[in-house]
Write a protein that binds this ligand. Structure first.
Ligand SMILES: [Zn+2]
Length: 157
């Protein structure tokens, strides 16, 4: 899916990219003129006022709470029935497609411990970021499980 997010939602922007979705983050204030360009995108906002305004004008818009990024993310995943799998095929910083690369070609940029043990090295040609799966990948999977539990667990008695 394609999402456009308010500036203050950049934390979930990163995670929606991890799940493989196209995400743009609005810089600065929300303005109607800026949003009109993003046809086919769902706008995610924390502002009830913007939610009402945009819904009245026929935009696809979704309201999340102002606090708690884990709850925000969980609500988006549940509402849009997104597959909760870490695809990691888009750059977390800029959203461009990542290319698989050989670690040998980036040896000077990879800490020795990661060079030995990490795998699935990918590179963003747009912003020059390098990614790999290592110990932090297990942490990400745990975090995603925590996020999902917020919305999918049985209601507490
Ligand atoms: Zn990038």
């Amino acid at each position: 899916m394609k999402f456009i997010l308010e500036n203050n939602l950049s934390r979930i922007a990163k995670w929606l990219r991890f799940l493989g979705h196209e995400v743009r983050v609005l810089k600065g204030e929300v303005k109607l003129g800026k949003l009109a360009k993003f046809e086919g995108f769902v706008f995610i906002t924390t502002s009830r006022r913007w939610f009402d305004t945009l819904e009245d004008r026929g935009f696809q818009v979704f309201l999340v709470p102002r606090e708690d990024w884990k709850l925000q993310l969980c609500m988006v995943i549940k509402h849009f029935d997104l597959e909760p799998a870490l695809r990691l095929d888009l750059c977390a910083y800029c959203g461009h497609s990542l290319e698989r690369v050989r670690k040998e070609d980036f040896k000077d940029r990879i800490p020795p411990t990661a060079y030995e043990s990490a795998y699935d090295f990918t590179y963003c040609h747009e912003c020059d970021a390098l990614f790999w799966k290592g110990t932090h990948f297990e942490g990400m999977k745990r975090t995603l499980r925590d996020v999902l539990e917020l919305c999918y667990s049985d209601p507490k008695p």
